[in-house]
Write a protein that binds this ligand. Sequence first.
Ligand code: GTP
Ligand code: MG
Length: 363
Amino acid sequence: MASRMLKRAGISPELCEQLKRHKIESCKDLLTHTAFEVMYAAGLSYQKTLGILETVSKVIAPPLTTALELWKHYSDSCFSTSLPALDKVLRGGIPCGAITEVTGPFGCGKTQLCMMLSVVTTLPKELGGLDRSVIYIDTESAFSAERLVEIAQNRFPDYFSSQEKVLQMAGRVHIFREMTCQDVLCRLEKLEEILISTRAGLIILDSIASVVRKEFDTTLPGNLIHRSKLLGQQATTLKYLAHQFNIPVVLTNQITTQIGHQGSGPLTEGDSGIVTAALGNTWSHSVNTRFIVQYVDGLQRQLLVAKSPVAPFAVLNYTIQKEGICMNGNDGEETFYEGTDPSLQPIREVLVLRTSAVPTLAT
Ligand code: GTP
Ligand code: MG
């Protein structure tokens, strides 16, 4: 990706410093100058300048691979969630190098899942973890260190029986609190070096929707376009990071009520709204895998695999316990979802299946 810094593109530190004096810091900065401009800024011969331009162009060009290569390294491309039933449906776990979204009503367990995955990422490989750290971008001030530790100690009691292991785990979850769209985007654009220095194996963004929906009132003219542009930039950066470091990106989304009335006439009292994932269709295309979480009753909840390039639609029951998300009784054929695309189905909020109130236009 063109925003990669030159020092990450095989250019010597001295030359990077020299170019920086001319405000050339990223691959994009370099490639948007002519060879003569670069030659002048770098103080190099024309031949050497062409060599540098070629090196940088090759670094940012998408690498060519084969299906055979991908197949050989398939086990490296999945992150086991510690939930066997979900891993089975996903053929190994959450995909690395791609974006996975968890969407659903408030209080349904999205943040709990994110915290649980954070613990799993830090575990040693022999216990099913990645032995890596976590970058956790919290836009809702919802992250709780106490709850993280509680999940760790209750889910993996033997491993976390020692205080030292608990401290190590908590020290490997790096939290960034970003409260505006611009802050989130800036953080994502600067994440590359942090990912390297922390040896991160998972990026979490909890949630993508809250800041975006707070700042963009899509009923006002022009806001929808601005919001789509910003979400597009965030998705591109996240995809680049996921792909470049071959790690999973997990983000959470909210729900919205979409107009479900027939025909093109004005809304009437009889028109119903359908609860679906927020942020609209274009955003839905940006995520590679989508889980929908929804309520069954006060205790039982469901996780629907609503979009996946490798798995059929599936429904898994879970509860939230001291040890985080627990899935029981999900073995066998009954896990597969019968019907149409679950992402087109209304999401079940507590006690409300379909709203009859006049819905909001926001998506
Ligand atoms: P929003 O961020 O508001 O959209 O919600 P969310 O989907 O992220 O919900 P979150 O993951 O924060 O889940 C909150 C719910 O988890 C609470 O309503 C509780 O039902 C449950 N929960 C949290 N901690 C515990 C716990 O220690 N034990 C149990 N059994 N449940 C818990
Ligand atoms: Mg949450």
